[in-house]
Design a protein around this ligand. Structure first.
Ligand SMILES: C[S@@+](CC[C@H](N)C(=O)[O-])C[C@H]1O[C@@H](n2cnc3c(N)ncnc32)[C@H](O)[C@@H]1O
Length: 216
């Protein structure tokens, strides 16, 4: 399969899957930061490093937009994007004070240096490795110098289509070495790495990795 058809297939699987699952995701996850002390602590440490009223981009916010709302509630100016139009529709109906846009993270058309920070919780897992370079270059371009990026991904050993639900969806996990190489190779300095097992019974049961990096 050529590179463009890999992309088209992966992207369509995400759109179909999350368009179909947007309300289930909303019900399941809209309160998850109340229960996930680990994630909340991580995000608090992350935003503790940002100027007041920072411009933050949340990539792959989903219908529940948990992290975007967290940043909004801490007084930041938040833009949140997702490739699934149903996720964006739901988020727009439910939440105010966030600029929601339906947008593909591989086709982000923001100005250079538009944001102080980027957050990407479990969204880079949907990008095939052939497109990592495009993604990390774009993130670098839209961040200000010294801007920060927080990334959470799965860290088990999966690459392919997850087909336990009605609609198969492409996802992949990362190794620490791969994510480190991608960040260092795209002008970032890594300031924090952590890994954890699934510790909450309501979350997808696999190992997770959390990175913070600074644009040099
Ligand atoms: C596992 S959900 C994570 C949602 C939320 N950040 C969270 O932590 O619960 C992944 C999200 O990434 C979005 N996504 C997948 N591919 C994308 C792309 N190319 N551009 C933008 N969003 C994408 C999906 O539609 C989905 O809402």
């Amino acid at each position: 399969m050529c590179k463009d058809s890999i992309l088209a297939a992966y992207k369509q699987s995400c759109i179909d899957y999350y368009n179909h699952m947007h309300d289930i995701y909303f019900d399941k996850y809209h309160k998850d930061l109340e229960y996930k002390a680990y994630d909340k602590e991580f995000l608090l440490r992350f935003i503790g490093q940002l100027p007041l009223k920072s411009k933050i981009l949340d990539i792959g916010c989903g219908s529940a937009a948990q992290q975007a709302r967290f940043f909004r509630d801490m007084g930041h100016q938040v833009t949140a994007i997702d490739v699934s139009e149903k996720c964006i529709e739901t988020a727009k109906q439910k939440f105010t004070g966030i600029q929601f846009k339906q947008m593909d993270m591989l086709d982000m058309n923001f100005e250079n240096h538009a944001f102080n920070a980027i957050n990407a919780f479990y969204s880079f897992i949907h990008i095939p490795k052939e497109y990592s370079h495009t993604l990390f270059s774009l993130c670098n371009r839209i961040l200000r110098p010294n801007g920060l990026i927080a990334i959470a991904v799965y860290a088990d050993d999966f690459y392919g289509y997850y087909d336990k639900n009605e609609i198969p969806v492409f996802y992949r996990s990362y190794s620490q070495a791969e994510l480190t190489t991608l960040l260092l190779g795209h002008g970032f300095e890594i300031t924090h790495i952590d890994e954890r097992q699934a510790i909450y019974d309501f979350e997808f049961q696999c190992e997770r990795m959390y990175f913070v990096a600074k644009k040099q």
